[in-house]
Design a protein. Structure first.
Length: 254
């Protein structure tokens, strides 16, 4: 796997915390000379991650770019600003990880703003990022798109109508794309995690840390690293091996 990922250029959305952050570190631990484009809205966290990566490997190249995937104009700006020969044309792997839940209200009570935030980030942002890389990958007949979905996309629950439907959309989008790209060397995969302890629940409960902590009390959730290991497994197969669909649970989750 180290050999297969050596020197690869990888773009991760939502790399400032949780699964995205752990994925960046796992790529470096697996192949110390990877080239990472780390994106999220919080640039300070990305800079800290870059420093941490620097202490792990002097061979890794890291480009930090502030990017709000929920804003199509910001996505356009990002691709225009990304140095073409050095980074854009060399891109091998896109990890579409940025995503969030805003609130758990029932359908009649959900604020329009929260619907838009979830759809624009989890669905439209992921689609726009993918649309930007497909021509690049097609030009070289190579590349991997890994989308982070959720068990929520398969098992909707009350209060999760918007989030669950965004993740069902990620699933359907990924599968359509994979079928469109059959007979190419472009791989497309979705990874659906169960419960992972990250900042996810803090965001879900709008910053209420005690409510977020209560979610994980008495259970042993997955960690960002657990999911990162799966991302590396999927990305690190031989080029004609597509792990199209992966569901990952902690052992307590039924
Ligand atoms: P975190 O909250 O720790 O990480 C979410 C990441 O997404 C952050 O880096 C955040 O960065 C980024 N993000 C959010 N909105 C935007 C945006 N508009 N533009 C760019 N980046 C954005 O949670 P997780 O690591 O758990 O979440 C990662 C993915 O995993 C999500 O897609 C989530 O839906 C999915 N998932 C999580 C599960 C869990 O139990 N934790 C279970 C199943 C799936 P910033 O705020 O700096 O922009």
């Amino acid at each position: 796997v180290a050999k297969r990922l050596s020197g690869k250029t990888i773009l991760i959305t939502g790399a400032s915390s949780g699964i995205g952050r752990a994925t960046a570190l796992e790529f470096v631990k697996t192949a110390p000379d990877v080239r990472l484009i780390l994106t999220a809205r919080r640039q300070e966290q990305l800079e800290e991650l870059k420093t941490e990566i620097g202490s792990l490997s002097s061979a890794a190249e890291v480009l930090v770019k502030k990017l709000d995937v929920s804003d199509p104009a910001d996505i356009k700006r990002f691709w225009v600003e990304l140095p073409k020969e050095e980074w854009k044309d060399k891109l091998d792997i896109l990890v579409n990880n940025a995503g969030l839940v805003k609130g758990l209200e029932h359908v009649g009570d959900i604020a329009e703003e929260d619907v838009n935030i979830m759809y624009n980030t989890n669905v439209t942002g992921l689609i726009n990022m993918t649309q930007a890389v497909i021509p690049l990958f097609k030009a070289r007949d190579a590349g991997t798109v890994i989308n982070i979905g959720s068990i929520a996309g398969r098992e909707p629950y009350p209060g999760g109508s918007i989030y669950c439907s965004t993740k069902a959309a990620v699933r359907a989008f990924t599968e359509s794309l994979r079928k469109e790209l059959v007979n190419t060397r472009i791989r497309v995969a979705v990874i659906d995690p169960g419960q992972v302890e990250t900042e996810f629940s803090v965001v879900r409960f709008r910053g209420d840390k005690s409510k977020a902590d209560a979610v994980y009390a008495g259970v042993e959730p997955l960690t960002g690293e657990d999911i990162a290991e799966i991302v590396i497994f999927v990305a690190g197969r031989r080029e004609n091996v597509v792990i199209a669909d992966t569901l990952v649970f902690p052992s307590h989750q039924g």
